[in-house]
Design a protein around this ligand. Structure first.
Ligand code: RP5
Length: 163
C-alpha cells in the first residue's frame, strides 16, 4: 500500500503545474509522500476552504500552495489551517510574477506564509522536507546527505574553471 501523503501540493490552476511539479520532484528525491491537486481560491472557494480546514485532520503535515497573478491561495489556506504553509509565486505572462510574489509575501501578523522565490517550487519542496525532518532523525540524515551532494557538485564545477 502507498504511504499516506505528508505534504499537500495545491495550485490555483493546472497551468501552474509546470512550475509546481518541481516541488513534487524534490519530495520524490527525498522520499516524501505527497498529494497534488488544483484548489482555486477564486474559482473554487468552497473547496479551497474545505481543503484548508480538513488538511490537518487528514494527516497532512505541510501545505505547499502555488498561484499566479492575484495569488490569494496560500494566505487563505494559512488562515484556516494550523499547518505550516509554504507559498510559491507562479510567474505568468505579465508582470513576471511580481504580482504573485507581492500577493503572497505580505501577510498580516498572525497568519504566516513562508514565501519562496518567484517560481521557486523546488525550494518549497526542500523546505517542506526540512520542516518534516525536525521530528525525524532519519529524514535529517537524508537531508544532510542531499546537502553534501550539493556541495560536491559545486566543488566539481570549480574544477571546470580552475587553472
Ligand atoms: C491563478 O490564475 C492560477 O494560480 C494561475 O496561475 C492563473 C491563471 O489560471 P488559468 O487561467 O491558466 O487557469 O489563479
Amino acid at each position: 500500500m502507498a504511504d499516506a501523503p505528508r505534504v499537500g501540493i495545491v495550485m490555483g490552476s493546472d497551468s501552474d503545474w509546470p512550475t509546481m511539479q518541481e516541488a513534487a520532484t524534490a519530495l520524490d528525491e527525498l522520499g516524501i509522500a505527497y498529494e497534488a491537486d488544483v484548489v482555486s481560491a477564486h474559482r473554487m472557494p468552497d473547496e479551497m476552504l474545505a481543503y484548508g480546514r480538513e488538511a490537518h485532520g487528514r494527516g497532512l503535515e505541510v501545505i505547499i500552495a502555488g498561484a499566479g497573478g492575484a495569488a490569494h491561495l496560500p494566505g487563505m489556506l494559512a488562515s484556516v489551517t494550523p499547518l505550516p504553509v509554504i507559498g510559491v509565486p507562479v510567474p505568468l505572462k505579465y508582470l513576471d510574477g511580481m504580482d504573485s510574489l507581492l500577493s503572497i509575501v505580505q501577510m498580516p501578523a498572525g497568519v504566516p506564509v513562508a514565501t519562496v522565490s518567484i517560481g521557486g517550487a523546488r525550494n518549497a519542496g526542500l523546505l517542506a522536507v526540512r520542516i518534516l525532518a525536525t521530528g525525524d532523525p532519519a529524514l535529517t540524515d537524508r537531508m544532510t546527505a542531499f546537502q553534501a551532494e550539493l556541495t560536491e557538485a559545486a566543488r566539481a564545477k570549480g574544477a571546470n574553471v580552475r587553472s
